[in-house]
Design a protein around this ligand. Sequence first.
Ligand code: OOG
Ligand code: NI
Length: 306
Amino acid sequence: MTDRRETLNYVLSGLMRRYQERVPDVQSVIDDMVKGGLIGQAEDIENDHIAFRTMGVPQLGIQSFEKIFLHYGYQRREPYDFAAKKLNAYWYSPPDPLPGQPNFPRIFVSELRVGDLSEEAQRIITSYTDEVPSDPVDDLNLDDGVQVDEFLHRALWRLPSWEDYQRLQEESEYAAWVIYNRYYLNHFTVSVHNLPEGYDTIEQFNAFLEGHGYTLNSSGGKAKTSPDGLLIQSSTVAEMIDAEFAGGHLERISGSYVEFAERRPLPEFADLPKNELTRDKRREGFEAGNADKIFESTYSSQTAGR
Ligand code: OOG
Ligand code: NI
């Protein structure tokens, strides 16, 4: 029997491939990092985590989506509650890496509390999600990477109408994003703390990015810092994609974005040399206050600045 982590590798590379095609910023950040001598090649980047968004209706949402990655050895960790945005989330810690291979990324999965929206928004959303009669993950053979890859990139419901998209966007930017973008990778995250000195803090890396012309999410400040000061994150403003709506109607809407994370050493390891600071010696997990602002990377309030 093949190791489930081999299948995980296949699924993750399929996600990254589609993501790179849809988000030109990904390749261009990598190219700028290589040209600037921060890394030798793309594979030198440590992917801190990836993130997905889901619709919180009974047959979908986190409970459905997480089954895929739990099968591959991920473990569910702390929950997060975003009251104003009406979102729930969890993060998941990865299985051990395969021998000789880099760490797998952490995963962050959120869901919209659809039942907390207005009746009208609920009616719009369920008119789409009702096309999925039962939990679709239960019908997958999760050991078949090709099947899972295809599932993550296929339409779960009909192409949305532009009217529905706009109506949802007025009430929940997140809802509009998911109704169109579904399970496409929402972002991957460059770990900056292992980069060469001069680029290994978010403050320095943000300066590098802005020097190369990238627009950063400014909600709550460009660097988002956890109360313990140990997790610092920033992100680009989402790339606009050409989207075809029902009836062939074309619009430009928010696609995905790129995130950057600095995890500082835990206090007891603060004096260790950098090459001894393995993942377990640095700040783990996520931070609700940071995440709340990072969600806005796809919001019109931020994309207007691109
Ligand atoms: C996820 C936002 C939160 C983090 O690292 O805290 C996040 C999203 O935009 O779906 O990525
Ligand atoms: Ni993130």
